[in-house]
Ligand binder design. Structure first.
Ligand SMILES: [Zn+2]
Length: 123
């Protein structure tokens, strides 16, 4: 366990990196996407028993997304609180739907930090 297997430190020289840049980015993106999927899966799994752990997974997934410039799919983007990373999947449990409906926007309040999230409603 002493070696980090994040794959971030490769000893390629800069010339090599430039040549292989696009290819390399592609497989790295692939791995990053996979990691985000796994992390969100874990976050969901730990949501009830270990909410703090769950938030940590979401945080990590978001960090990977930022680092690799990967956009989260809209439904995933809507599934967590941007402020504290808590998943807001269960209305009445960790989220509260507010009655302030402005046209096609639904307001959901995070019961962890109180942040209100606005979600576009498509219908
Ligand atoms: Zn929150």
């Amino acid at each position: 366990m002493q070696h980090s297997n994040l794959g971030l430190k490769n000893h390629t020289d800069s010339e090599d990196m430039q040549r292989k840049r696009s290819k390399k980015a592609e497989w790295q993106l692939e791995i990053a996407r996979e990691r985000i999927d796994i992390l969100f899966g874990l976050a969901q799994k730990e949501m009830e028993g270990h909410p703090d752990r769950s938030r940590r997974y979401v945080e990590l997934a978001r960090k990977i997304g930022l680092r690799y410039n990967i956009r989260l799919v809209p439904e995933r983007k809507r599934s967590f609180c941007k402020s504290c990373n808590a998943l807001l999947l269960y209305i009445g449990k960790n989220a509260e739907e507010l009655e302030l409906k402005i046209s096609n926007i639904k307001s959901i309040k995070c019961l962890k930090c109180g942040k209100i999230k606005k979600i576009p409603v498509l219908h």
